[in-house]
Design a protein around this ligand. Structure first.
Ligand SMILES: Nc1ncnc2c1ncn2[C@@H]1O[C@H](COP(=O)(O)OP(=O)(O)O)[C@@H](O)[C@H]1O
Ligand SMILES: [Mg+2]
Length: 314
Protein backbone atom coordinates (compact mmCIF):
# COMPACT_ATOMS: atom_id res chain seq x y z
CA UNK A 1 0.00 0.00 0.00
CA UNK A 2 1.40 3.43 -0.83
CA UNK A 3 1.63 5.75 2.18
CA UNK A 4 2.26 8.62 -0.16
CA UNK A 5 1.43 9.28 -3.80
CA UNK A 6 2.69 12.32 -5.66
CA UNK A 7 0.79 12.60 -8.90
CA UNK A 8 2.32 14.94 -11.44
CA UNK A 9 3.32 17.62 -8.92
CA UNK A 10 4.74 20.89 -10.20
CA UNK A 11 5.47 24.15 -8.40
CA UNK A 12 6.19 27.51 -9.93
CA UNK A 13 7.27 30.54 -7.93
CA UNK A 14 7.30 34.18 -8.96
CA UNK A 15 10.80 35.57 -8.46
CA UNK A 16 12.53 38.91 -8.99
CA UNK A 17 11.57 42.45 -8.01
CA UNK A 18 8.26 44.10 -8.83
CA UNK A 19 8.04 44.99 -12.51
CA UNK A 20 10.72 42.45 -13.43
CA UNK A 21 9.10 39.35 -12.09
CA UNK A 22 9.28 36.06 -13.83
CA UNK A 23 8.05 32.59 -13.16
CA UNK A 24 10.52 29.98 -12.02
CA UNK A 25 9.72 26.29 -12.15
CA UNK A 26 10.99 24.79 -8.92
CA UNK A 27 9.38 21.35 -9.17
CA UNK A 28 8.43 19.73 -12.47
CA UNK A 29 6.00 16.85 -12.91
CA UNK A 30 7.04 14.71 -9.99
CA UNK A 31 5.41 11.28 -9.84
CA UNK A 32 6.35 9.18 -6.84
CA UNK A 33 4.98 6.51 -4.57
CA UNK A 34 6.33 5.76 -1.11
CA UNK A 35 5.13 2.49 0.35
CA UNK A 36 4.18 1.57 3.88
CA UNK A 37 7.04 0.33 6.07
CA UNK A 38 9.71 1.64 3.77
CA UNK A 39 12.39 4.21 4.44
CA UNK A 40 12.58 6.42 1.40
CA UNK A 41 15.33 8.99 0.82
CA UNK A 42 14.95 11.87 -1.58
CA UNK A 43 18.47 12.94 -2.45
CA UNK A 44 19.60 15.98 -4.37
CA UNK A 45 22.02 18.88 -4.37
CA UNK A 46 21.25 22.07 -2.46
CA UNK A 47 18.45 23.94 -4.22
CA UNK A 48 17.20 20.86 -6.09
CA UNK A 49 13.69 21.23 -4.66
CA UNK A 50 13.69 18.78 -1.74
CA UNK A 51 12.27 21.09 0.92
CA UNK A 52 9.68 22.44 -1.52
CA UNK A 53 8.55 18.85 -2.19
CA UNK A 54 8.19 18.16 1.53
CA UNK A 55 6.24 21.38 2.05
CA UNK A 56 3.86 20.36 -0.72
CA UNK A 57 3.43 16.90 0.81
CA UNK A 58 2.62 18.51 4.17
CA UNK A 59 0.18 20.98 2.63
CA UNK A 60 2.36 23.95 3.67
CA UNK A 61 2.64 24.90 0.00
CA UNK A 62 0.04 24.38 -2.70
CA UNK A 63 1.30 22.68 -5.85
CA UNK A 64 0.79 24.60 -9.10
CA UNK A 65 -0.33 21.37 -10.75
CA UNK A 66 -0.87 17.84 -9.56
CA UNK A 67 -2.22 16.11 -6.56
CA UNK A 68 -0.90 14.49 -3.40
CA UNK A 69 -2.48 11.54 -1.62
CA UNK A 70 -1.19 10.85 1.85
CA UNK A 71 -2.20 7.86 4.00
CA UNK A 72 -5.06 7.28 1.55
CA UNK A 73 -6.48 10.74 2.05
CA UNK A 74 -5.75 14.42 1.92
CA UNK A 75 -3.41 16.40 4.11
CA UNK A 76 -6.29 18.87 4.53
CA UNK A 77 -7.95 16.26 6.71
CA UNK A 78 -7.02 16.73 10.37
CA UNK A 79 -7.22 13.03 11.13
CA UNK A 80 -4.67 12.36 8.41
CA UNK A 81 -2.44 15.20 9.63
CA UNK A 82 -2.46 13.70 13.13
CA UNK A 83 -0.83 10.58 11.70
CA UNK A 84 2.13 12.45 10.24
CA UNK A 85 5.27 13.32 12.19
CA UNK A 86 7.46 16.10 10.83
CA UNK A 87 10.99 17.21 11.58
CA UNK A 88 11.62 20.50 9.74
CA UNK A 89 14.96 21.45 8.21
CA UNK A 90 15.75 23.99 10.93
CA UNK A 91 13.41 23.29 13.84
CA UNK A 92 12.96 26.00 16.44
CA UNK A 93 12.10 24.98 19.98
CA UNK A 94 11.72 27.19 23.02
CA UNK A 95 15.18 27.01 24.52
CA UNK A 96 14.21 27.87 28.10
CA UNK A 97 12.32 24.60 28.52
CA UNK A 98 13.68 21.14 29.10
CA UNK A 99 13.50 18.30 26.60
CA UNK A 100 10.85 16.59 28.70
CA UNK A 101 8.75 19.77 28.85
CA UNK A 102 8.98 20.08 25.08
CA UNK A 103 7.77 16.51 24.57
CA UNK A 104 5.01 17.05 27.16
CA UNK A 105 3.87 20.05 25.17
CA UNK A 106 3.80 18.21 21.84
CA UNK A 107 2.09 15.23 23.47
CA UNK A 108 -0.61 17.50 24.87
CA UNK A 109 -1.29 18.80 21.35
CA UNK A 110 -2.37 15.25 20.59
CA UNK A 111 -4.53 15.21 23.70
CA UNK A 112 -2.26 12.90 25.67
CA UNK A 113 -2.54 13.60 29.41
CA UNK A 114 -1.59 12.19 32.81
CA UNK A 115 -0.02 8.77 32.98
CA UNK A 116 -0.44 8.12 29.27
CA UNK A 117 1.54 11.24 28.45
CA UNK A 118 4.26 10.44 31.01
CA UNK A 119 4.67 6.92 29.70
CA UNK A 120 4.78 8.01 26.09
CA UNK A 121 7.35 10.73 26.81
CA UNK A 122 9.52 8.18 28.65
CA UNK A 123 9.26 5.79 25.72
CA UNK A 124 10.25 8.52 23.27
CA UNK A 125 13.16 9.64 25.44
CA UNK A 126 14.46 6.07 25.26
CA UNK A 127 13.96 5.78 21.51
CA UNK A 128 15.90 8.99 20.85
CA UNK A 129 18.43 8.25 23.62
CA UNK A 130 17.71 11.45 25.51
CA UNK A 131 16.58 10.13 28.91
CA UNK A 132 19.83 11.29 30.53
CA UNK A 133 19.31 14.92 29.44
CA UNK A 134 15.52 15.08 29.69
CA UNK A 135 15.52 17.62 32.55
CA UNK A 136 18.17 19.88 31.10
CA UNK A 137 17.26 23.08 29.32
CA UNK A 138 17.23 22.96 25.55
CA UNK A 139 19.77 25.80 25.21
CA UNK A 140 22.37 23.49 26.75
CA UNK A 141 21.81 20.81 24.06
CA UNK A 142 24.31 20.01 21.32
CA UNK A 143 23.18 20.04 17.70
CA UNK A 144 22.85 16.24 17.82
CA UNK A 145 20.71 16.37 20.97
CA UNK A 146 18.49 19.04 19.38
CA UNK A 147 17.94 16.88 16.32
CA UNK A 148 17.18 13.86 18.50
CA UNK A 149 14.62 15.72 20.61
CA UNK A 150 13.25 17.03 17.29
CA UNK A 151 12.73 13.48 16.06
CA UNK A 152 11.18 12.74 19.46
CA UNK A 153 8.50 15.44 19.03
CA UNK A 154 7.76 14.09 15.54
CA UNK A 155 7.28 10.57 16.93
CA UNK A 156 5.18 11.43 19.98
CA UNK A 157 1.77 10.48 18.55
CA UNK A 158 2.84 7.19 16.90
CA UNK A 159 2.82 8.65 13.38
CA UNK A 160 2.13 6.32 10.49
CA UNK A 161 4.44 8.43 8.38
CA UNK A 162 7.53 10.28 9.57
CA UNK A 163 8.83 13.09 7.36
CA UNK A 164 12.31 14.48 8.04
CA UNK A 165 14.03 17.30 6.19
CA UNK A 166 17.84 16.89 6.35
CA UNK A 167 17.76 15.11 9.71
CA UNK A 168 21.52 14.63 9.90
CA UNK A 169 22.89 17.86 8.52
CA UNK A 170 25.47 19.56 10.68
CA UNK A 171 25.97 16.63 13.05
CA UNK A 172 29.42 15.59 14.22
CA UNK A 173 30.46 11.94 13.73
CA UNK A 174 29.12 10.87 17.12
CA UNK A 175 25.81 12.71 16.62
CA UNK A 176 25.65 11.23 13.17
CA UNK A 177 26.05 7.69 14.41
CA UNK A 178 23.45 8.17 17.16
CA UNK A 179 20.97 9.55 14.64
CA UNK A 180 21.68 6.72 12.24
CA UNK A 181 21.03 4.20 15.01
CA UNK A 182 17.67 5.85 15.70
CA UNK A 183 16.69 5.55 12.04
CA UNK A 184 17.84 1.93 11.91
CA UNK A 185 15.69 1.27 14.98
CA UNK A 186 12.68 2.99 13.36
CA UNK A 187 13.27 0.97 10.23
CA UNK A 188 13.41 -2.20 12.34
CA UNK A 189 10.05 -1.24 13.87
CA UNK A 190 8.56 -0.75 10.41
CA UNK A 191 7.98 3.01 10.63
CA UNK A 192 7.36 4.55 7.22
CA UNK A 193 9.91 7.31 6.74
CA UNK A 194 10.35 9.91 4.02
CA UNK A 195 13.55 11.85 4.36
CA UNK A 196 15.41 14.48 2.37
CA UNK A 197 19.11 14.85 2.20
CA UNK A 198 22.03 16.16 0.19
CA UNK A 199 24.35 13.86 2.13
CA UNK A 200 24.79 10.53 0.39
CA UNK A 201 26.50 8.79 3.31
CA UNK A 202 23.37 9.38 5.27
CA UNK A 203 21.08 7.28 3.13
CA UNK A 204 23.30 4.38 2.22
CA UNK A 205 22.71 2.41 5.41
CA UNK A 206 19.26 3.68 6.26
CA UNK A 207 17.10 3.80 3.14
CA UNK A 208 15.30 0.96 1.41
CA UNK A 209 14.76 3.05 -1.68
CA UNK A 210 15.98 6.38 -2.98
CA UNK A 211 14.85 9.02 -5.43
CA UNK A 212 17.22 11.42 -7.14
CA UNK A 213 15.93 14.95 -7.57
CA UNK A 214 17.80 17.37 -9.81
CA UNK A 215 16.68 20.86 -10.84
CA UNK A 216 13.18 20.07 -9.65
CA UNK A 217 12.87 16.83 -11.58
CA UNK A 218 12.77 13.35 -10.16
CA UNK A 219 15.36 11.65 -12.35
CA UNK A 220 15.16 8.18 -10.90
CA UNK A 221 13.88 6.03 -8.08
CA UNK A 222 15.67 2.84 -7.20
CA UNK A 223 15.91 0.13 -4.58
CA UNK A 224 18.96 0.68 -2.41
CA UNK A 225 20.06 -2.94 -2.89
CA UNK A 226 20.16 -2.35 -6.63
CA UNK A 227 22.09 0.90 -6.21
CA UNK A 228 24.70 -0.79 -4.03
CA UNK A 229 25.02 -3.58 -6.58
CA UNK A 230 25.85 -1.14 -9.39
CA UNK A 231 29.58 -1.54 -8.88
CA UNK A 232 30.19 -1.32 -12.65
CA UNK A 233 29.62 2.45 -12.27
CA UNK A 234 32.60 2.81 -9.97
CA UNK A 235 36.05 3.97 -10.90
CA UNK A 236 38.91 2.08 -9.25
CA UNK A 237 42.41 2.98 -8.21
CA UNK A 238 44.93 0.17 -8.58
CA UNK A 239 48.12 0.84 -6.69
CA UNK A 240 51.24 -0.76 -8.11
CA UNK A 241 54.81 -1.29 -7.10
CA UNK A 242 57.15 1.29 -8.69
CA UNK A 243 58.96 -1.39 -10.76
CA UNK A 244 55.67 -2.85 -11.96
CA UNK A 245 54.44 0.62 -12.84
CA UNK A 246 57.45 1.23 -15.07
CA UNK A 247 56.76 -2.06 -16.80
CA UNK A 248 53.22 -1.05 -17.83
CA UNK A 249 54.11 2.55 -18.78
CA UNK A 250 54.00 1.86 -22.50
CA UNK A 251 51.07 -0.53 -22.62
CA UNK A 252 48.47 0.72 -25.11
CA UNK A 253 45.52 0.59 -22.72
CA UNK A 254 42.76 3.10 -21.94
CA UNK A 255 43.83 3.39 -18.31
CA UNK A 256 44.83 6.60 -16.64
CA UNK A 257 48.40 6.02 -15.51
CA UNK A 258 49.87 7.92 -12.68
CA UNK A 259 52.97 7.88 -10.43
CA UNK A 260 52.19 4.76 -8.50
CA UNK A 261 49.15 3.23 -10.10
CA UNK A 262 46.32 3.29 -12.59
CA UNK A 263 42.77 4.52 -12.59
CA UNK A 264 40.19 2.49 -14.47
CA UNK A 265 36.45 2.30 -15.04
CA UNK A 266 34.58 -0.41 -13.14
CA UNK A 267 33.76 -2.43 -16.24
CA UNK A 268 37.49 -2.56 -17.09
CA UNK A 269 38.42 -4.08 -13.74
CA UNK A 270 38.31 -7.83 -14.57
CA UNK A 271 40.26 -7.36 -17.79
CA UNK A 272 42.81 -5.09 -16.16
CA UNK A 273 43.47 -7.53 -13.34
CA UNK A 274 43.78 -10.39 -15.82
CA UNK A 275 46.18 -8.46 -17.94
CA UNK A 276 48.34 -7.49 -14.99
CA UNK A 277 48.33 -11.03 -13.63
CA UNK A 278 49.37 -12.43 -17.01
CA UNK A 279 52.57 -10.35 -16.64
CA UNK A 280 52.91 -11.45 -13.02
CA UNK A 281 52.02 -7.99 -11.78
CA UNK A 282 50.01 -8.04 -8.56
CA UNK A 283 48.53 -4.78 -7.23
CA UNK A 284 49.56 -3.47 -3.82
CA UNK A 285 45.97 -2.34 -3.27
CA UNK A 286 42.72 -1.76 -5.14
CA UNK A 287 40.08 0.69 -3.99
CA UNK A 288 36.96 2.32 -5.43
CA UNK A 289 37.26 6.10 -5.84
CA UNK A 290 33.76 6.82 -4.56
CA UNK A 291 30.83 5.07 -2.93
CA UNK A 292 28.50 3.16 -5.23
CA UNK A 293 25.67 5.51 -4.31
CA UNK A 294 27.77 8.54 -5.26
CA UNK A 295 28.62 6.96 -8.62
CA UNK A 296 24.94 6.11 -9.18
CA UNK A 297 23.88 9.65 -8.27
CA UNK A 298 26.44 11.31 -10.55
CA UNK A 299 25.58 8.96 -13.42
CA UNK A 300 21.88 9.84 -13.20
CA UNK A 301 22.73 13.55 -13.37
CA UNK A 302 25.22 13.03 -16.20
CA UNK A 303 22.66 11.01 -18.22
CA UNK A 304 20.06 13.72 -17.71
CA UNK A 305 22.42 16.51 -18.80
CA UNK A 306 23.54 14.54 -21.85
CA UNK A 307 19.93 13.92 -22.88
CA UNK A 308 19.24 17.67 -22.50
CA UNK A 309 22.29 18.55 -24.64
CA UNK A 310 21.15 16.05 -27.24
CA UNK A 311 17.68 17.68 -27.31
CA UNK A 312 19.30 21.08 -27.83
CA UNK A 313 21.33 19.94 -30.80
CA UNK A 314 18.62 18.01 -32.66
N1 LIG B 1 9.22 30.95 -1.80
C1 LIG B 1 10.11 30.85 -2.78
N2 LIG B 1 10.14 31.75 -3.80
C2 LIG B 1 11.03 31.64 -4.81
N3 LIG B 1 11.95 30.65 -4.91
C3 LIG B 1 11.98 29.73 -3.94
C4 LIG B 1 11.07 29.76 -2.82
N4 LIG B 1 11.35 28.70 -2.02
C5 LIG B 1 12.36 28.05 -2.61
N5 LIG B 1 12.75 28.65 -3.74
C6 LIG B 1 13.81 28.20 -4.64
O1 LIG B 1 13.50 26.89 -5.02
C7 LIG B 1 14.69 26.10 -5.19
C8 LIG B 1 14.54 24.84 -4.41
O2 LIG B 1 14.55 25.13 -3.03
P1 LIG B 1 14.45 24.01 -1.91
O3 LIG B 1 13.25 23.20 -2.17
O4 LIG B 1 14.56 24.69 -0.60
O5 LIG B 1 15.77 23.15 -2.23
P2 LIG B 1 16.52 22.04 -1.36
O6 LIG B 1 15.69 21.76 -0.15
O7 LIG B 1 16.64 20.88 -2.29
O8 LIG B 1 17.87 22.61 -1.03
C9 LIG B 1 15.82 26.99 -4.77
O9 LIG B 1 16.43 27.50 -5.93
C10 LIG B 1 15.16 28.07 -3.96
O10 LIG B 1 15.89 29.27 -4.06
MG1 LIG C 1 16.18 21.91 1.86
Amino acid sequence: MPALILDNISKTFWTGVYGFQKQKKIIENINLKVFENEVFGLIGLNGAGKTTTIKIILGLLKPTTGHCTILNGSVENRQIRNQIGYLPEAPYFSRQHSGRELLNFFGSLYELTGKKLRNRVDEILDVVQMRHAASEKIFTYSKGMLQRIGIGQALIAHPKLLICDEPMSGLDPVGYKEMRDIFLELKHRGTTVFLNTHDLNEVERICDRIGIIYKGRLLKTEEMSHVLGSTHLLKYWIELDQMDFEQIQNWPVPWIKNQDGIQIEGDQLPEALNRLASQKIYPKSIRPLSSTLEAFFLKAIQDFNEAKDHEKHF
